[in-house]
Design a protein around this ligand. Structure first.
Ligand SMILES: [Zn+2]
Length: 241
């Protein structure tokens, strides 16, 4: 994943960004430590007309039918500070419960689109598993598809175009994953060269001297829950803003 503040790569296991030190604690200081409930289309900026919202809800319905485990949602606001889109998105993925999604579509599988009308910024915040489904290049392409409509202030149309494009990208990704799953395996047992390392130079000439002690087995990697699983208890009827 990338740091929501400085955009440098951050390891999934890391609690804070190595470069700028940003963590969920900083996000809680800005946006609060409580849990919130939001709609699938949360228009805190009140910028969507009824027909925009209806069209967007239809688009999301059709996406949800095609990808029943995936959570598609969007949050529109007019933020006070610039460059808070990704930080707010990161906080929402960790703190928000989307009405109607609950257990069937957890936040780990979320594709959240944040739109800041004040600073004309838009961004994706992805749940832990969603990150494996959308490459950075594809995310950029999806956001670019919405750009002409955003420039004209047609936010509803922009989000419809964006989510439809995302659907096409995810269908392609699903086909790739399915193909990979059913590809015939070679008959001989081969170690897959996942990192595309050059072939081993061959047997090393017999060494003279004492035989080195075998190195101890590496420590098993401890699995820690991802940030998005650390949802704090929700306040009843908590609301955004
Ligand atoms: Zn950072």
């Amino acid at each position: 994943m990338k740091c929501p503040k400085c955009s440098r790569p951050v390891d999934h296991e890391a609690d804070t960004c190595y470069s700028c030190g940003f963590s969920i604690v900083d996000a809680r200081e800005i946006f609060g430590a409580n849990g919130v409930q939001m709609s699938r289309v949360q228009d805190a900026a009140h910028c969507l007309r009824k027909r925009d919202r209806d069209e967007l809800e239809d688009t999301l319905d059709s996406l949800q039918a095609r990808f029943p485990q995936v959570l598609f949602c969007t949050y529109l606001d007019a933020l006070n500070q610039p460059d808070q889109v990704t930080q707010l998105g990161f906080w929402l993925v960790n703190h928000a419960t989307v009405k109607g999604a609950e257990f069937a579509r957890p936040n780990e599988n979320a594709f959240l689109v944040i739109l800041d009308l004040n600073h004309k910024q838009i961004g994706f915040s992805l749940g832990y598993f969603a990150e494996f489904l959308l490459t950075e290049e594809d995310a950029y392409r999806v956001l670019q598809a919405a750009r002409p409509y955003l420039v004209n202030g047609d936010h509803g149309r922009a989000l419809c175009v964006l989510f439809k494009k995302l659907g096409r990208v995810l269908s392609k990704r699903a086909r790739q994953l399915k193909k990979r799953r059913y590809e015939p395996r070679p008959a001989t047992v081969e170690v897959p060269n996942l990192l595309e390392l050059p072939p081993h130079p061959g047997p090393v000439p017999e060494a003279t001297g004492p035989v080195p002690e075998p190195s101890p087995a590496p420590e098993p990697v401890q699995h820690r829950p991802t940030p998005s699983t650390e949802l704090p208890p929700l306040l009843p009827n908590g609301a955004l803003r």
